[in-house]
Design a protein around this ligand. Structure first.
Ligand SMILES: [Zn+2]
Length: 346
């Protein structure tokens, strides 16, 4: 009888189960009450008393081994073939690691920062959720002023108690950072402010409800319009090459006086006309102007002593021209086929 137990032990240890069927067969043969081990326990009753102890011991070992084996086999079958070391095919080619790359908007943002840093501009940051004062009032947009309509705003909640009711908005431009800078620091100030902004726009190839801006501010003694013009000419040439054509157009913003918009030749259609330039051959890349004396006063800077210029541009627009992209919606669609075209420079 002991010999039979030993041979069964060997069988149990070397049993292979490929699927559930094999597993059931194992259970029926060894574990179930009518299985071979069950039968051996029946036979144990007939064994003489002097042998009973030894035979019983090995038989119990066999039972425990079979149960442990069953547990091991069930786990392997449930996890599938990959879990079994026998199933791994070491000759298969490896899955290549995909190296990510920077988003085109970030590539452009870093290029803009690089250009302005060389002109001595710092980088400043501020909140995306802003109060009415920093987004509008301090920028010379009085309440109920029609200029507020130029920017359709997401208002999010009322802040403060009844005596101090201020609207809270998702900032419509990064100009709030300019105000925070002028409030907290003394001139000379020279910084750019990149960041995300929000407007309640109908989404199209040219506009989205969120986009990115870079604004710039330079406040010091004797800062003039010539400095503004030269700075933006320099920027456009650094970004798009020395041959780019640039024009300044008079414009209106509540926070600058005089104000100008800056256009460059459309690099998508090379001036022939397309949906991005509205078939004019020119694309506006920035708004700019001399900081309005009222804005300086609201930030406790004496406009008799200091002057300054400010400008703002959309990073999406700059990127579209840079890479000849004709629809800005694609920047936020997360389409890997588009995004992986902007390979990192290693
Ligand atoms: Zn065009």
């Amino acid at each position: 009888m002991e010999e039979r137990i030993q041979s069964l032990m060997h069988e149990v240890k070397s049993y292979l189960a490929r699927d559930k069927k094999d597993l059931d067969a194992f259970r029926m043969k060894y574990i179930s009450k009518k299985g071979v081990i069950g039968e051996l326990f029946e036979e144990l009753r007939q064994v003489s008393a002097d042998q009973k102890k030894n035979v019983g011991k090995v038989l119990n070992q066999l039972k425990q081994t079979a149960e442990a084996k069953l547990a091991e086999l069930s786990e392997k079958v449930e996890l599938g073939p990959a879990a079994s070391s026998l199933e791994i095919d070491l000759t298969l080619p490896p899955i290549p690691n995909e190296i990510g790359n920077m988003h085109p908007l970030n590539l452009t943002r870093y290029r803009i920062i690089e250009i302005f840093e060389r002109l001595g501009f710092n980088v400043a940051d501020g909140p995306e959720i802003e109060d009415d004062w920093h987004n509008f009032s301090a920028l010379n947009f009085p309440e109920n002023h029609p200029a507020r309509e130029m920017q359709d705003t997401f208002f999010i909640e009322k802040k403060g108690n009844a005596d101090n009711k201020q609207d809270v908005v998702l900032r419509t431009h990064t100009s709030n950072v300019q105000i925070r800078m002028m409030e907290n620091q003394k001139p000379p100030l020279r910084a750019i402010m990149p960041g995300r902004v929000y407007r309640n726009e109908a989404i199209s190839a040219r506009a989205h409800c969120f986009f990115h801006q870079v604004e710039g501010l330079y406040v010091d003694k004797n800062v003039g319009f010539a400095d503004l013009k030269q700075t933006l000419y320099h920027f456009a040439k650094e970004m798009y090459g020395q041959d780019i054509k640039i024009r300044f157009r008079p414009s209106y913003f509540p926070f600058t006086e005089p104000s100008a918009e800056i256009d460059v030749t459309c690099l998508i259609c090379k001036g022939k006309g397309c949906n991005v330039c509205k078939y004019s051959g020119w694309v506006e890349i920035a708004g700019s102007g001399m900081v309005h004396p009222n804005v300086l006063k609201k930030c406790n800077i004496d406009p008799e002593e200091f002057t300054g210029f400010a400008f703002g541009m959309g990073i999406e627009r700059i990127t579209m021209l840079r890479y000849q992209i004709n629809d800005l919606r694609i920047f936020s669609e997360n389409d890997v086929r588009f995004l992986k075209q902007f390979q990192p420079i290693i």
